[in-house]
Each structure stands twice: as structure tokens, then as C-alpha cells.
Design a protein around this ligand. Structure first.
Ligand code: ADP
Ligand code: MG
Length: 699
């Protein structure tokens, strides 16, 4: 057994100022990057590499290359028409020329580019109006008789901060690396546990990624698939997994009210529902009830495709809490989704004599005060948006927190709401609902702090939606189709999409489409709904559509959630190329809710980007939310899919969940073993990789 790495004598913990040439000022700048100890520099990994080990002939350049070129200045031109611009044309022995284009430059720079001067430059080559060009290249002037010296090694490019040049940072990292101890003192994954993985030694891996040797396969290195990078990615994924598991363990150690009820309210609701639960709903409801009956907090994610019936499962959980004398908070990411829950919960719970209170950002003044009083005064269920997490919102006896569409929230928010109930040492149970089924390997990583239940069955009688994509130039045919569908007594959604952030522009677009369709379909009743209508107006329009008084409903993406009209069997989505897969899938989930065969037309405005083309193709091929989510992950990456970009939770230094997901089963195995037998090493891994961010763990 190798000697256990200990704090004492570990050069990694020395302060940065112990490195030659690092004074307090530089140490402070490095601190802005989260770098405090020598080991932080070891693990400050390159984002990418630049290859300045050779000079390419201009004739060999291709757009997209990042290349080093040497040439003579042929011509210099300064433009002022729209904004200052400096254009320097260079050529080399290959007989071709290349334009260097600058938008910011100083007088001294202009003087350097005298015609005939020799320039060595580096940058990304692209096609410009005048042929190949590099915008803002790195460059240096070479004297007429001077030999060009190229780098011997690839240049690592590190994440840096203002006031810290790349050379200086690389220099400091180089100094830190000279203190890298032998492997037996660096390695934290115990030999016996790590051996089957055949990992590259950590020391070797670090030296490799910081200083790739000249014979490096740049293709492999550029995509992060080199064994040294995979070694580090493994450790990073392991650490992130351990962090979430530690957070989970910390929550699980706390006490929660054991919500053991006879199930009287539950039975009354089930009796009142016009349908029977599906097998999957039954199973998941049971899993939730079992968690709730324990004296430690539930941390459970319920995932299920659009329309799988998660709301009823949430309501049943709420009833268990209420029957045990506790309150429930239900939080959704958008007002519309929250409103939809409010309606459902009121319809189901009020007949049972329960109070359901509404508290969203829009609720202001006296109404807000009243809602706050009721939350504090013991209202059974409080439904709302983020407003539920604000200061001043207090519950008297919060026993269960339900968060819908958790992937749009970050971990912090989850914790903030949980803390609302943290008085008297009792932590509420947490139930998280998500309509985006998450690929298993991603769930292992992103939701390692949660137990996962899947509602993997749709209520009976749903029919798959047939989807086609049509260019906007065939709008006329589509309107014909609407006419035919309505003649058969069907109803139609026409969804307008613009820029998601501007509900005003969206509303305008919907108004235009509404006018167009009203004119084109004079014998049909065409309604309009968008986010700028008052809740009561929205409800009136929805009610009319539900009652069949409207044949066509022109809508913005506000109908993404919650709308349920089984007779609507055709959906047209305008500008579908602008939407992501998850949103398209959510929207399409509004049709195919009855026994009638349903259709979805994805209207697009060409030409389509490659990604847009792929998205529409996926939508045509499948109705399976799980496959769509996997494709979404592949196209967009996990940060976007989980919506946690801002929280930084999934911002890895070297790992990439899309690329490295195959490592997760082993990550999980190693994590189990280490938590069991080497807790101190787990802590040290977290400290090494997570550092500052480790505070979430204790939140
Ligand atoms: P989601 O999982 O997308 O949130 P909802 O909970 O909104 O789905 O349910 C979608 C629709 O299906 C609702 O109208 C709901 O009342 C209905 N529903 C839920 N469970 C069943 C069931 N077991 N049988 C029939 N309809 C159901
Ligand atoms: Mg829902």
C-alpha cells in the first residue's frame, strides 16, 4: 500500500507566494481565478492548444484552420467608412496572399506594417470578402535577415482573467509543475480500486496536458480523447459525483417529518378522478409515499414524458403531507405552468376541503400580503413561481416541497426553498418533476444527489403524432389542410414562435398570423392567445377552445405547458427551425391526446442550418421523449439541456458529459468504494477539483 497522502509535507498546499516571482499582487490576480494553492495551478487545465510548431504556406490554408504563417507586407490600407479598420495584405513564397484585418489598432502598430516588412502571425483563417483572412492575428515582426524560430511544443491556452497575460500565467503554472510530487503522493484514487481502470498515472497525465510533447496527435488532443485527458476527466467526473453524493448525504442525515397517513385524502381523490392511474403512476406514487413516511428528507426526481401524468402523482404526495398536518409548496419555473398547477390543485383539492393559495411575482399589494399571511397561517398548499423563494415568504409547517421542471432551476434554488422549512431542525421532503427524460448516464452525474423514479407509460388511448416538416413557401397547402381537418370536426393549434424573451414581439407575431388565418379561413372561428393577455382572458379563450367554439387557436409558445384539448389533432408550428428539441417536443405533446390520429406540421424558413435540419429530422422520426432528449444532449451539450449553465454546476474543466458519459458506470463504482473505505480521500478530491465551490456542499 502506498503511503497515504497527508496534509503535512504536501507541497500542493503551499501558498502561491511560495513560488518564485509570485508576489502578493500576482497572487491576488490568480485568486480571481480561484487559484490559491500550488496544487490549484496543477489542476488549472488548458482549454485548448495552439500549434505554433511550424509555419504553413499560405497556399495550404483552409478556412477554419488555426495556423501560423510568415509573409511579407504587400499593401496596407486604413478604412474609416463605418468604423476604423486596418487591412494588411501579406504574401509568401507559395505565391498566395492573406489579409490581416484589425478593428482595434494603435498608431505604432500601423508603422510596423511597412510594405516589405516580414511578419510572423497566428490566428484563425476564414473566408472574407477579399479571400482568405485572419481577424486580429497574434503577430510579430521579423527582421530581414532573422531566422524564424518556431515553438517546440504546442502552446496550451488557459482560462485567464483581466490583467493576466497568457505567457505570465503559463510561466507560473510551469513553476508549480516543477513541484509536482511523485505519483504515490499525488494519487488519491486507491490502487486496488483504480487498478481495473488501467488509468494513466496522474503525474504523467498532468505533465502531458500542460506540456504535450512535439509528437502529440493534435486531433486526439483537440477532442479530449487522449488517455491523459481521459484520466483527468475520470477524476473530475468522480469528484463531481462525490460532491453531489456528499451533499445528498448531508441532507439525508437531517431530520424530516415522517409523513405517515392513513391515505384517506388520497383515496378520496382517486375516487373523484375520471380515470384510473396507470401502472407506472401507481408504482411511482408508492415510491414517493414510502420516502415520505421516513424521518429523513426525501430527495426524489420523478421523470416522465410530456402527458405521462406527473401532476396527479404530485397531488397524491401533497395529500400525504396535508393529512399528516404539514404544508406543501409547489413551485414551477414559469407563471403559466404554475397557474396550470394552481387550477389542477384547486380542482382536485378544494372539494376535499383544502386551501390552495396562489403566490407568484405578479401577486402584489394586498393580495400578496394576504397570500403571505395564509402561507404563514397554515394554508395547506401554496402554489407559485420563484416568488416562493423570496425573502419574507415563510411557512408555518412546511413538510413537502414540489418543484416542477427542475432542470430549469439550479441546485441553489432547490436549496433555498428547502431552507424555508428548516426551522426546528426539520427539513421538508423534496419532490422534483421533470418532463425531460434524462439519459441514464447523464442522470448518474447530474442527479447523483437524487433518487430517480420514471413514469414510463402514457395514459391509455394516446396515439402517436405524425410529423412532417414543410418550407414556409408551402403555407397555402397547410392552410388548406387546416380547412380539411376542421371540416371533419377537428381542432387546430397554430403556434407562432419568435424570440422567446420578448413576449411582446411574440404577441405581435401571433396577432399577424391571427389576422392572416381569419382572412384565409372565413368560415372558421379563429381564436388568439398569448402571454400578454390577463389570466382571466387567457382562461376564457382556452375555455372556448376546449368547448369547441373555436376551430383554430393561434397561440404563442404559452401553450407549451398544461393545455389539454383531446379533440385538437393538428398542430402547425411556425419558424420551427428556431426552437430547440425539448421545446418542440413539449409543444407537440399538446396534440395526440385523444384517440384520433394527430398530425404536426413543422413550418420552417429556409435555408436551414445543419443543426436545425437535424432537429427537424429527429422530430419527424420519433415521438419518444427519451430518444429526443438523448439527441438533444448530443446536439446541445449537457449544460444547455439541464439549464444549469449559469449555476456553473456542470461546468467541467476537462470532462464533457456527452463525450465521457461512458465513464459514468465506473465513476459510480469507484465513488461507492471510496465513500465506504476512503472518506478522507474523497474530501481531498473535492478540495482539489471543486475548491471554493465546495461551499455548496455545506449549504
Ligand atoms: P405531465 O406529466 O406532462 O405533467 P399531466 O399531469 O399534465 O402530464 O397529465 C396530462 C393529462 O393526462 C392531464 O389531462 C391529466 O389529467 C391526464 N391524465 C393523467 N393521468 C391519467 C391517467 N392515468 N389516465 C388518463 N388520463 C390521465
Ligand atoms: Mg406537467
Amino acid at each position: 500500500m502506498p503511503p497515504s497522502p497527508s496534509l503535512s509535507g504536501d507541497s500542493g498546499h503551499a501558498p502561491l507566494t511560495s513560488l518564485g516571482g509570485v508576489g502578493p499582487a500576482l497572487a491576488e490576480t490568480l485568486g480571481r481565478l480561484g487559484l490559491r494553492e500550488v496544487q490549484d495551478l496543477w489542476f488549472h487545465l488548458p482549454l485548448r492548444y495552439e500549434d505554433k510548431t511550424h509555419v504553413l504556406p499560405i497556399a495550404d490554408l483552409r478556412p477554419g484552420d488555426r495556423a501560423q504563417v510568415e509573409g511579407r507586407v504587400e499593401a496596407v490600407e486604413r478604412g474609416f467608412r463605418y468604423r476604423p479598420q486596418l487591412k494588411v495584405l501579406i504574401s509568401d513564397d507559395s505565391g498566395r496572399s492573406l489579409l490581416l484585418r484589425f478593428f482595434h489598432f494603435r498608431k505604432a502598430q500601423i508603422d510596423q506594417f511597412a510594405v516589405g516588412a516580414r511578419i510572423l502571425c497566428f490566428g484563425e483563417v476564414r473566408y472574407g470578402a477579399q479571400g482568405l483572412e485572419i481577424v486580429h492575428p497574434q503577430y510579430q515582426r521579423i527582421e530581414a535577415d532573422e531566422a524564424v524560430v518556431v515553438d517546440e511544443l504546442l502552446t496550451p491556452i488557459y482560462p485567464t482573467t483581466e490583467g493576466l497575460g497568457p505567457k505570465r500565467l503559463a510561466g507560473v503554472i510551469g513553476k508549480a509543475l516543477s513541484r509536482l510530487p511523485p505519483d504515490d503522493r499525488l494519487e488519491l484514487i486507491p490502487e486496488d480500486i483504480g487498478r481495473p481502470l488501467n488509468l494513466v498515472s496522474l503525474r504523467e497525465a498532468l505533465l502531458y496536458v500542460h506540456r504535450p510533447p512535439p509528437d502529440t496527435n493534435l486531433g486526439q488532443l483537440g477532442t479530449g480523447r487522449h488517455p491523459a485527458q481521459q484520466r483527468l476527466a475520470f477524476e473530475e467526473l468522480l469528484t463531481q459525483h462525490l460532491t453531489l453524493r456528499r451533499m445528498r448525504a448531508a441532507v439525508k442525515r437531517r431530520r424530516a417529518p415522517a409523513l405517515k397517513s392513513a391515505g384517506t385524502l388520497r383515496d378520496r381523490l382517486l375516487d373523484a378522478l375520471p380515470f384510473a392511474l396507470t401502472g407506472a403512476q401507481h408504482r411511482v406514487a408508492k415510491e414517493v409515499a414510502r420516502d415520505l413516511s421516513r424521518a429523513h428528507p426525501m430527495l426524489r426526481l420523478v421523470q416522465g414524458d410530456v402527458g405521462s401524468g406527473k401532476t396527479v402523482v404530485a397531488a397524491l404526495a401533497a395529500l400525504a403531507a396535508v393529512e399528516s398536518g404539514y404544508q406543501v409548496a409547489l413551485m414551477a419555473p414559469t407563471e403559466l405552468l404554475a397557474e396550470q398547477h394552481l387550477r389542477n390543485f384547486r380542482a382536485w383539492l378544494e372539494p376535499l376541503g383544502l386551501e390552495v393559495v396562489w403566490l407568484a411575482g405578479k401577486v402584489q399589494g394586498r393580495a400578496r400580503k394576504a397570500a403571505l399571511e395564509r402561507a404563514n397561517g397554515g394554508a395547506h398548499v401554496v402554489v407559485g413561481t420563484h416568488a416562493l423563494m423570496q425573502e419574507g415568504v415563510a411557512f408555518s409547517k412546511l413538510g413537502l416541497v414540489i418543484v416542477d421542471e427542475q432542470h430549469r432551476f439550479g441546485v441553489h434554488q432547490r436549496l433555498a426553498l428547502r431552507d424555508k422549512g428548516a426551522e426546528a431542525d426539520l427539513v421538508p421532503h423534496q419532490l422534483v418533476l421533470t418532463a425531460t427524460p434524462i439519459p441514464r448516464t447523464l442522470a448518474m452525474s447530474a442527479y447523483a444527489d437524487l433518487d430517480v423514479s420514471s413514469i414510463d407509460e402514457l395514459p391509455p388511448g394516446r396515439t402517436p403524432v405524425h410529423t412532417i416538416a414543410l418550407s414556409n413557401s408551402r403555407r397555402g397547402e397547410v392552410i388548406e389542410r387546416i380547412h380539411a381537418a376542421c371540416a371533419e370536426g377537428r381542432q387546430v393549434y397554430w403556434v407562432c414562435t419568435l424570440i422567446e424573451e420578448s413576449e411582446q414581439l411574440n404577441a405581435q407575431a401571433a396577432e399577424v398570423a391571427h389576422a392572416e388565418l381569419t382572412a384565409a379561413l372565413p368560415d372558421l372561428a379563429v381564436g388568439l392567445i398569448h402571454g400578454r393577455l390577463k389570466p382571466r382572458e387567457k382562461q376564457a379563450v382556452m375555455d372556448a377552445f376546449k368547448a369547441g367554439e373555436l376551430a383554430v387557436l393561434v397561440a404563442t409558445t404559452v401553450i407549451e405547458v398544461g393545455v389539454d384539448v383531446p379533440n385538437a389533432s393538428l398542430m402547425v408550428i411556425e419558424n420551427s427551425e428556431r426552437l430547440g428539441l425539448a421545446q418542440l417536443h413539449q409543444l407537440r405533446g399538446r396534440v395526440g391526446r385523444g384517440a384520433i390520429a394527430s398530425n404536426c406540421v413543422l413550418l420552417y424558413q429556409g435555408p436551414l442550418s445543419r443543426l436545425a435540419k437535424e432537429r427537424l429530422q429527429v422530430m419527424r422520426e420519433t415521438n419518444d421523449g427519451f430518444r429526443i432528449a438523448e439527441k438533444d444532449l448530443e446536439l446541445r451539450g449537457p449544460g444547455e439541456v439541464l439549464g444549469t449553465r449559469q449555476t456553473g454546476q456542470l461546468q467541467f474543466r476537462i470532462a464533457d458529459l456527452t463525450r465521457d458519459a461512458h465513464l459514468m458506470p465506473e465513476v459510480q463504482r469507484v465513488a461507492e468504494a471510496m465513500m465506504k473505505n476512503h472518506p478522507a480521500r474523497c474530501e481531498r478530491l473535492i478540495e482539489r477539483w471543486v475548491g471554493d465551490a465546495a461551499r455548496y456542499v455545506h449549504a
